[in-house]
Design a protein around this ligand. Structure first.
Ligand code: B12
Ligand code: SF4
Ligand code: SF4
Length: 385
């Protein structure tokens, strides 16, 4: 119900009869849920100083490994009022991605795994749902801007402040009774809404995610070292750190291990989706695509400057980790890439060839420094071959 007098801390930014307060929040909450949001809460639009300090600490302790995202301009990504003058509240909304996989089609190509959050366009759906809430706010005389996985806002901190869930030791936010399979976005608005209380810790004595990480990237409770986290190493341009290539195993985008071992997340009931899911990719067919086709095939993914070299690099590592060297198509793919024009790809093809016992395909005369470095550090034959 509209209040006679808005209790905004900055009355000049809201029209006088714009609704505010707990009853209005109930309406917005219902609108958000009807639009597909799994959970919603309100955080104050104040500067998020703890997150800013944490970002700085990660930078100071060399845990960032060239990531830009929210680390590029920490002050901006922790100051909601920089995005909306007179901002009063952050409505945080989350969309669950706890959906069941469809059975894999039978194929002779090795398959690379995609992390669950990227099986379909959850961020697109999240943005659509948040936009419905923002539209209602605007119709009612408020101003509102939507952010969904945007480098301009730290999403987990705002979700925690909005009472959505607790910070797990794996650094994810966990929703009571649901775990961490969800993506987070928000609407920053001039509406004054009842702010939530952050949730209590729900991990208790559990610490399963820490030893479950294949590279030991959870270096402290809630702290990820991006020098080791496979989710970042897959996205980072350049040579893939040799130390973590075997641990990468068959992952091509993202990593779910610290979540799939997490008891509250494991207990979540998976829902069915009618949409086409991209839970795996065919390594050989992707390696044979031209740039344009490959770009379309992974259009939802973050790829540095949309340079398909980094996708092919990752596919070559997967090939070395899981492919059958007796498959003639695997041999052909390696043969193609050991003589590729991009030296980064030759370097990773050399690694894969050596791991598969296909050393005959390697050109030991390659003079490129990146390839020479690989030749000096060839891996041993993969176990079991
Ligand atoms: C950079 C980034 C990454 C980086 C670095 C991750 C990281 N932990 O920093 C990489 C590429 C590795 C990554 C990986 C993933 N990401 Co990411 N990522 C981001 C991004 C763009 C920024 C994160 C950020 O600002 N980090 C800054 C640091 C300082 O924040 P933090 O690590 O969360 O630290 C907090 C805690 O330490 C907490 N804290 C303080 N004291 C204490 C004490 C204790 C005991 C605890 C437990 C916590 C705690 O406070 C800190 C500040 O808030 C956000 C989107 C966004 N715009 O916010 C998505 C985001 C965090 N990622 C997300 C997802 C889904 C993932 C992956 C699961 C994807 C995948 N399957 O591969 C993995 C999970 C890896 C992991 N265990 O964290 C979701 C998280 C959803 C959720 N339920 O929490 C987000 C919010 C995207 C979104 N909008 O939905 N990600
Ligand atoms: S996403 Fe994978 S590599 Fe990164 S912290 Fe979690 S388990 Fe470790
Ligand atoms: S595995 Fe255990 S410690 Fe890790 S986030 Fe889940 S509940 Fe918390």
């Amino acid at each position: 119900m509209p209040l006679a007098k808005p209790f905004s801390r900055n009355p000049t930014v809201v029209s006088l009869d714009a609704p505010q307060g707990p009853e209005y929040w109930e309406q917005l909450h219902a609108i958000g849920q009807a639009a597909g949001l799994h959970s919603l809460g309100v955080a104050p639009a104040d500067a998020m100083l703890r997150a800013r300090q944490q970002i700085q600490d990660r930078i100071d302790h060399d845990l960032v490994n060239d990531m830009k995202f929210t680390f590029l301009r920490p002050e901006r990504s922790t100051t909601p009022t920089q995005h909306l003058d007179g901002a009063q509240s952050i409505i945080v909304g989350v969309r669950s991605y706890a959906i069941a996989d469809h059975p894999d089609a039978v194929t002779s190509s090795p398959l690379a795994r995609v992390a669950r959050y990227a099986w379909l366009d959850h961020y697109g759906h999240l943005k659509d749902s948040l936009s419905v809430v923002a539209e209602r706010l605007r119709q009612d005389g408020h101003r509102a801007v939507v952010f969904a996985d945007d480098n301009a806002m730290v999403d987990r901190e705002s979700a925690w402040l909005a009472g959505i869930g607790w910070f797990g030791k794996n650094a994810n936010i966990l929703l009571p009774g649901h775990g961490s399979f969800f993506v987070i976005g928000c609407v920053i608005t001039t509406a004054v809404l009842p702010v939530a209380t952050p949730a209590d810790d729900g991990c208790g004595a559990c610490s399963r995610c820490i030893p479950a990480c294949p590279t030991g990237a959870i270096v402290k409770e809630g702290v990820i070292d991006a020098n080791k986290c496979l989710a970042w190493l897959l996205q980072k341009p350049g040579i893939f750190d040799r130390e973590y290539r075997v641990a990468l195993h068959d992952r091509i985008y993202g990593c779910d291990d610290c979540q799939t071992v997490c008891p509250p997340t494991r207990r979540t009931t998976l829902s069915e989706s009618t949409e086409q899911l991209q839970s795996v990719v065919e390594v050989l067919s992707w390696l044979s695509m031209d740039d344009e086709e490959l770009n379309v095939s992974c259009q939802r993914w973050y790829v540095h400057k949309r340079d398909m070299t980094w996708i092919r690099r990752n596919l070559l590592i997967v090939l070395g980790n899981i492919a059958d060297p007796n498959n003639p198509d695997v041999v052909d793919a390696i043969r193609t890439y050991v003589s590729h024009s991009r030296s980064e790809l030759r370097a990773h093809a050399v690694w894969a060839a050596s791991r598969l016992g296909l050393g005959d395909l390697i050109n030991h005369e390659d003079s490129d420094p990146m390839v020479r470095d690989e030749l000096l550090h060839l891996p041993t034959l993969r176990e079991g071959l």
